[in-house]
Design a protein around this ligand. Structure first.
Ligand code: FUL
Length: 524
């Protein structure tokens, strides 16, 4: 295993070798999907599990990720940029009647956003192209409520264009947020608005080259300006947006894009805005049971579902400040590096992806306090994961599949998701023992499953040996793409992973142990 924290999310996985388009390809279901399913399935990137033709190969689960989802999960941590007229009115949700003249950043520097995100370890950045107030950061031809009527660059600016260019220049992927709820638009609530919304999507997804993610927010508060009507408009969350056609349009315009919403199809909301997944988190869930913007499904989203029929990655969104938009009054309330580290363990460390919001201020810059905290957070992770203390260890297992080298226990040490230890079918408990060259002290453990075959482990235990005495150090449930475990500082010369329950044959692709940076604080 590597020392770099990026390695936690960026294993140099070679998915091209024995992997390929699988005939077990999973259909990513969208709620209410009907006749468009054929078109969508053709467009959705094919699943990535190996063909399983070689003798003794483990059989993939019925529900597996697409190749694109595996690649997405490897990013680990991505960023959000909430910036619009709210930044200048000190609001979180603009009413929709704000004058575009208010949008007037004095020193806007998109490169500073992207460089900050990159230095924090983010691999993708998502911009609020339009938030609930309806103000557009690009000169949409379908509305006057945009940057073209603001003082920014004398109305000649296009912040979406600048943002995309800067992300590309710095090697970051690009995501866009286009709020379905629009408190400015006169037609909101009527069928005409859906045409408007799709026209805007068309602009965003055709004018800026490849867009890697589109973020569909489920929020809808009802009241708004609505072209001067100043009233409350309610919509039927299940039917109004006709998501199946919107998703089909998105995938037609950008076949490789990842779609985020409360219900997937590629990525789903984690059910809170704190950045935490439940400790035992499944990447499988039933999309049919979910409604975009629906209430009462938060706990289900937070845990996933071991019996779920769709593979949808959990994405944990959280702001570095209390609010999503910049407010001067919150300059002293930026999350500390230690808080961010805690969030990292509870998201990336629980088989999900972390999305941290960095809101630019009225200058158009990410505030110094936010930059400082994010950099210190990254330093702590770098320090903690710099040295994998399993270096020089040897590994043995009570059983490995068909006694074939391909499934040998040593595979857990090579930092490659394509090589893994696997047992014969139905071997429980399955035990793997790591023997260290000498007694070593650690307090962080990383375990990975080769999720291209599906998520399997339901229950495991970690045991350690000191002197001649074995003891249980930790008992857990799920593992998934990556599980980071925090334990008290522990000295041991042997470590044993015991898989007690799984929904299929046991396969583990990675294990690592680390000693946390002193700057992490008491931690958890
Ligand atoms: C929520 C929105 O209402 C917030 O303003 C923010 O954009 C957050 C990411 O999603 O639903």
């Amino acid at each position: 295993m590597t020392a770099n924290p990026d390695a936690l999310t960026q294993l140099p996985v070679n998915l091209s070798g024995d992997t390929g388009n699988s005939n077990k390809s999973t259909e990513m279901k969208i709620p209410g999907l009907t006749y468009l399913s054929a078109l969508l399935c053709a467009l959705i990137v094919s699943a990535c599990a190996p063909k399983g033709s070689a003798p003794h190969d483990i059989s993939p689960n019925k529900i597996i990720p697409t190749r694109a989802q595996v690649e997405y999960q490897k990013m680990g941590m991505i960023g959000f940029v909430h910036f619009t007229i709210n930044t200048f009115t000190d609001k979180e949700w603009g009413y929709g009647d704000e004058s575009p003249a208010l949008f007037n950043p004095s020193r806007l520097d998109v490169d500073q956003w992207v460089e900050t995100a990159k230095s924090g370890g983010m691999k993708e950045l998502i911009l609020t192209a339009k938030h609930h107030d309806g103000f557009c950061l690009w000169p949409s031809k379908y509305t006057e409520h945009s940057i073209k009527n603001s003082p920014y660059k004398n109305g000649q600016g296009d912040l979406v264009g600048e943002f995309v260019a800067s992300c590309r220049k710095h090697g970051l992927k690009v995501g866009l947020y286009l709020s379905p709820w629009d408190r400015n638009h006169r037609d909101y609530g009527k069928p005409e608005y859906i045409r408007y919304y799709r026209n805007q999507l068309r602009e965003l997804l055709t004018q800026y080259g490849e867009i890697n993610e589109i973020w569909f927010d489920g929020a809808n508060g009802g009241a708004g300006y609505y072209g001067g009507a100043n009233e409350t408009r309610t919509i039927d969350r299940k039917t109004y947006y006709d998501w199946e056609h919107t998703f089909a349009l998105v995938k037609t315009l950008q076949p490789r894009i990842m779609i985020f919403s409360d219900a997937g199809p590629d990525l789903h909301w984690i059910g809170n805005e704190k950045g935490f997944a439940e400790e035992n988190f499944w990447s499988t869930i039933d999309a049919d049971s979910l409604t975009i913007g629906g209430a009462g499904q938060e706990d289900y989203l937070n845990s996933g579902d071991p019996d779920g029929k769709n593979w949808i990655i959990g994405q944990c969104d959280v702001s570095i400040r209390p609010g999503w938009f910049y407010h001067q009054a919150e300059d002293g309330r930026v999350k500390s590096p230690q808080e961010l580290v805690d969030i990292y363990y509870k998201s990336v460390g629980r088989n999900a992806v972390l999305l941290v919001n960095l809101p630019p201020d009225r200058r158009g810059l990410i505030h110094e306090n936010d930059v400082r905290s994010l950099k210190a957070f990254r330093q702590i992770l770098d320090e903690t994961f710099r040295v994998d203390l399993l270096k020089g260890a040897s590994v043995s297992a009570g059983n490995f599949r068909a006694k074939h080298q391909k499934f040998s226990p040593e595979n857990v040490l090579d930092n490659n998701m394509d090589t893994y230890w696997a047992t014969d079918d139905n071997v429980f408990p399955a035990e793997l023992t790591v023997q260290l060259p000498e007694e070593r002290e650690f307090d962080r453990i990383l375990i990975r499953e080769p999720v291209q075959y599906g998520q399997r482990v339901r229950k495991f235990r970690i045991e350690v040996r000191r002197g001649n005495t074995w003891s249980t150090l930790y008992e857990g449930g799920t593992i998934g793409f990556g599980r980071l475990i925090r334990v008290r500082a522990t000295k041991a010369d042997r470590i044993r992973l015991v898989i007690l329950e799984a929904n299929n044959t046991v396969a583990i692709s990675g294990i690592g142990i680390f000693k946390s940076s002193n700057d992490e604080g008491a931690g958890f």
